[in-house]
Design a protein around this ligand. Structure first.
Ligand code: GDP
Ligand code: MG
Length: 439
């Protein structure tokens, strides 16, 4: 996003004391950045007010690291603005569970219908039926049928001569007969919100009583997305939003505003045209992306969520002092497992994706067991002081772990790089503290 916001964040991060002036400067940059990202101005106004209140409040001023605390407030509020992690899909106690897809033309309804079906089968082992209720675009039915073929999933259609309300009804009946667990109804869209479309969708809703109504929104549409979302929600009381085309050159403002305006969760994000390019929407990550703040702070935050606080503090200390040993490494490994994909964690480290040696640091989750085995085959001394390592020790360790020596070597190298990086981070932080030290 805005480089200026980045600079402000960098500046404020290391501050040992935050003045109201600092907060003002920060919120001003945040405001500009959000407006620039196409966030609705009313949403921005409320947001800035909230952040200001919290940032000059006790919680920040009393903390030992007010600079970091302010940023944390910004991020928390941004995350809250977009809702929590809510990628769950309803399950009806009387199957089939009915999902209705709505949205403007070209938003990605049909594609997302396929993606959701794929997800339901792959992740949840559910059997969905796809229903083609867009009778207006001649190719719409074909498009869904093609997706159905790709997925080897049944598609229910009745051509273009039957009323979409009847198609939806019959589709659900068919699913019941087939004992399908889910029905996803792909509906028609228009270029703009219009009453005919809304009436039709409302009738379908009445007829099939969907368990979920997902509004599909193209994240590239910017400000307009807010109006669209508001409209659909007023008329249909949607249950969630799916943002598509987040892989594109979007500024993400839509995501921020939609939740605020409709108070409905953004559940999934489409990240490409392919059928597996859909993911749970993570407000946290989106906030980080918007603020561009991959940093130690969020790494530690995440650690705190999943690890007990004391351990996280110790880890932080160790990372900062770079006195990190293989014992610590091993100790953390188990906890790291609970934190989610390692790539995410590594992505949070400052400038991680820009760092050259970083590729080697990407630890495949499948390899974790091997890494553990290797470390467990080291002696206590070796774990504390990897410089002891020589050829015969490496060979012994490799044998003990049942892994090739090359893997032992690689781990040692990764470990050294990791330590180097921690040292760099520590230096960077201290450098900043040094600079702003004005008596
Ligand atoms: P519908 O009119 O709402 O049914 O929209 P479609 O599903 O037909 O999608 C319109 C276009 O957007 C198609 O070319 C899709 O391939 C494309 N599309 C849908 N979702 C995504 C996405 O998440 N990323 C990208 N890059 N393209 C998408
Ligand atoms: Mg369509």
């Amino acid at each position: 996003l805005a480089d200026r916001l980045q600079n402000t964040i960098q500046k404020i991060k290391g501050k040992g004391k935050v003045t109201e002036q600092d907060v003002k400067e920060m919120t001003r940059e945040v405001r500009l950045a959000l407006l620039e990202a196409d966030v609705n101005f009313k949403v921005v106004k409320d947001f800035v007010k909230k952040v200001k209140e919290r940032a000059v409040g006790q919680e920040v001023m009393d903390s030992l690291t007010p600079g970091q605390q302010v940023i944390k407030v910004v991020k928390e509020e941004l995350t809250a603005l977009m809702g929590g992690d809510q990628s769950k899909i309803a399950v009806s106690d009387r199957p089939p569970t009915v999902i209705m897809m709505v949205g403007l033309q070209g938003a990605g309804k049909t594609t997302t219908t396929g993606k959701l079906a794929n997800l339901l089968r792959k992740k949840h082992n559910r059997k969905p039926l796809l229903v083609a209720a867009d009778i207006y675009r001649p190719a719409a039915i074909n498009q869904l049928e093609t997706l159905g073929k790709q997925l080897s999933m049944p598609v229910f259609s009745m051509g273009t001569e039957v009323n979409p309300v009847d198609i939806a009804k019959k589709g659900v009946e068919q699913a019941k007969e087939n004992h399908d667990e889910y029905v996803i109804i792909d509906t028609a869209g228009r270029l703009h919100v219009d009453t005919d479309l809304m009436d039709e969708l409302a009738q379908i809703k009445d007829a099939v009583k969907p368990d979920e109504i997902f509004l599909v929104v193209d994240s590239m549409t910017g400000q307009d997305a807010v109006n669209v979302a508001e409209n659909f929600n007023d008329q249909l009381d949607i249950s969630g939003v799916i943002l598509t085309k987040l892989d594109g050159d979007t500024r993400g403002g839509a995501a921020l505003s939609i939740k605020a305006v409709t108070d409905k969760p953004i559940k999934f994000a489409g990240t490409g045209e392919k059928l597996d390019e859909i993911e749970a929407f993570h407000p946290e990550r989106m906030a980080s992306r918007i603020l561009g703040m991959g940093d130690v702070l969020s790494l530690i935050e995440k650690a705190q969520e999943n690890v007990d606080e004391k351990k996280a503090k110790e880890l932080e200390q160790k990372m900062r002092s770079a006195s990190f040993t293989f014992d610590d490494f091993l100790d953390q490994m188990g906890q790291v497992r609970n934190m989610g994909p390692l790539d995410d964690l590594i992505g949070m480290m400052p400038g991680a994706n820009k760092m050259k040696g970083m590729k080697n640091l990407e630890i495949d989750e499948k390899q974790i067991n091997h890494v553990e085995a290797i470390i467990q085959s080291m002696t206590a001394k070796e774990r504390q002081d990897p410089s002891l390592m020589n050829a015969s020790r490496k060979k012994r360790i490799a044998k003990g772990a049942g892994r090739p020596v090359s893997e032992v070597n690689r781990l040692l190298k990764q470990f050294e790089e990791m330590k180097k990086m921690m040292k760099q981070m520590t230096n960077m932080q201290q450098g900043k503290k040094g600079k702003k030290g004005k008596g």
